[in-house]
Design a protein around this ligand. Structure first.
Ligand SMILES: [Zn+2]
Length: 147
C-alpha cells in the first residue's frame, strides 16, 4: 500500500474497522509518518486471473492458500507464514483489474523462497512458469549454490 504523500511502500496499520461494505484501515507511513486511510471492498479485490491454457477466472485467495499449504505439507512452514504469503499476493494485485496466473505464481514463489526451501522447490515443481525442465533444474542448482 503506497503512501499517498510520499509514495513509500512501507506503512503500518494503526486501526482497522469493519463496516458492512468495506474494511477501513488507518495506516501510518513508515517513511514520512503521515497517516492515511484506505478502504478495501470485495469489489476492489475482484480481479481476473489470466491463464495460459484454460479460461480466465476470478481471483480466489482460497486457491492461493491451498497451493501454499500443499507445498508446505510436512515442512516447517507454519500457518502464519502461509498467511503472510497470501497477504503479499493480495498486496501485489491490489488495484489491478487483471493479473496472469504466472505472476501470482511468481509472487508465491518469492514468498516461499524467503521462508522455506523445501516448500519453495515443491511449489516450483508444479508451477507452470518453469517452461521446461531445464529452467527448473537451473533454479534448483542456484538454490544449492546459495547454500
Ligand atoms: Zn509517506
Amino acid at each position: 500500500m503506497k503512501c499517498i504523500y510520499c509514495g513509500n511502500d512501507n506503512s503500518r496499520v494503526v486501526d482497522t474497522r469493519d463496516t458492512d461494505e468495506s474494511i477501513r484501515r488507518r495506516r501510518e507511513c513508515k517513511n514520512c509518518d503521515r497517516r492515511f486511510t484506505t478502504y478495501e471492498t470485495a469489489e476492489s479485490l475482484k480481479i481476473t486471473v489470466e491463464k495460459r491454457e484454460s479460461e480466465n477466472e476470478e481471483f480466489n485467495e482460497e486457491k492461493v492458500r491451498e497451493g501454499i499449504k500443499n507445498a508446505a505439507k510436512n515442512t516447517d512452514l507454519n500457518e502464519g507464514e502461509a498467511e503472510d504469503i497470501v497477504e503479499e499476493v493480495k498486496e501485489e494485485i491490489r488495484g489491478k483489474k487483471k493479473i496472469s496466473a504466472t505472476e501470482i505464481g511468481k509472487k508465491v514463489l518469492e514468498g516461499l523462497k524467503k521462508r522455506n526451501e523445501v516448500a519453495y522447490v515443491r511449489f516450483a515443481s508444479v508451477y507452470e512458469s518453469f517452461e521446461d525442465i531445464e529452467s527448473f533444474q537451473e533454479e534448483v542448482e542456484d538454490l544449492k549454490a546459495e547454500k
